[in-house]
Design a protein around this ligand. Structure first.
Ligand SMILES: [Fe+2]
Ligand SMILES: [Fe+2]
Length: 274
């Protein structure tokens, strides 16, 4: 395969009771049906809030299973719980091994690696980082063994939370600590990835579309497929719009397209909480 077409969706936040988010998912499904990428990746928050409503994840699974192309998934904080941080509020639902087991049993592996079009693709569970759970150490061990056999290929990394706002040494601030990979595992991850040719870090979580390059790595923040968060609740960093991201990978090159599915609505979080 000389070209690999990948569509990233993120933060679908599905729940049986939230019909407007289901409608947005169907618009995305129609777009995927029309464009037929080789793979769809959902970079997390498949469910509206699985730690409190397990059925949200079951409902999300049923809709993803109906997509007409192969899919891979990564967990988000609304699928398995959130990271502990050094500053800011303690998460109301921290990541637990039992939530992680539920995700693996229902959705599939929470980390993965595959190769296509001369590239190495790695998906990581960012919510297990900084937890001290056995799964965190196991993932770092697994990552080290995968990175040792990249064999010079360019690497594309997918994970739910962005690594940082602007630079790797950005401090953890109370107001935004939940937005990024916490600094201790972030530093470890960046040091490990320095041994390979990292070209892309693709994330979700912030519900804002953003695309910037730091050194020679492009950082793409996928927007939410489902809803946006008002300026009163969340500062503006990128573009607040629902949508998806399309990639074309060829040996030693890739393209990124920021698109919206036809009919996709900019639903505001506040309308879902009423
Ligand atoms: Fe989200
Ligand atoms: Fe999230």
């Amino acid at each position: 395969m000389t070209e690999f077409r990948l569509t990233q969706i993120s933060d679908t936040h599905l729940a049986r009771r939230l019909k407007t988010l289901t409608a947005n998912f169907h618009r995305i499904g129609e777009h995927i049906d029309a464009t037929r990428p080789d793979l769809v990746i959902n970079s997390g928050d498949l469910a509206f809030d699985a730690p409190t409503q397990r059925d949200d994840l079951e409902f999300a699974k049923s809709l993803h299973d109906a997509l007409p192309v192969p899919c891979r998934h990564l967990p988000g904080n609304h699928d398995i719980g959130d990271n502990p941080t050094a500053t800011g509020p303690v998460p109301s639902h921290p990541t637990t091994e039992s939530n992680l087991q539920m995700f693996r049993a229902m959705i599939g592996e929470d980390r993965w690696r595959f190769d296509a079009a001369g590239w190495c693709f790695i998906g990581l569970n960012s919510l297990v980082m900084n937890t001290g759970l056995d799964s965190e150490a196991e993932q770092f061990e697994w990552l080290a063994s995968e990175l040792a056999r990249v064999n010079g290929k360019p690497v594309a990394l997918f994970l739910h939370k962005p690594l940082f706002l602007n630079v790797p040494d950005d401090p953890e601030l109370a107001a935004s600590a939940i937005r990024y990979v916490p600094p201790p595992p972030r530093r470890r991850l960046i040091d490990m990835l320095a041994t390979v040719d990292l070209r892309l870090v693709a994330s979700g979580h912030v519900h804002q579309r953003r695309d910037f390059t730091f050194r020679h790595t492009r950082h793409v923040w996928a927007p939410s497929a489902g809803f946006v968060i008002s300026d009163a609740r969340q500062e503006v960093i990128g573009i607040k719009q629902t949508g998806l991201v399309e990639y074309r990978f060829a040996p030693d090159a890739f393209e990124v397209r920021h698109v919206r599915a036809k009919g996709q609505a900019d639903i505001d979080l506040d309308s879902l909480l009423k």
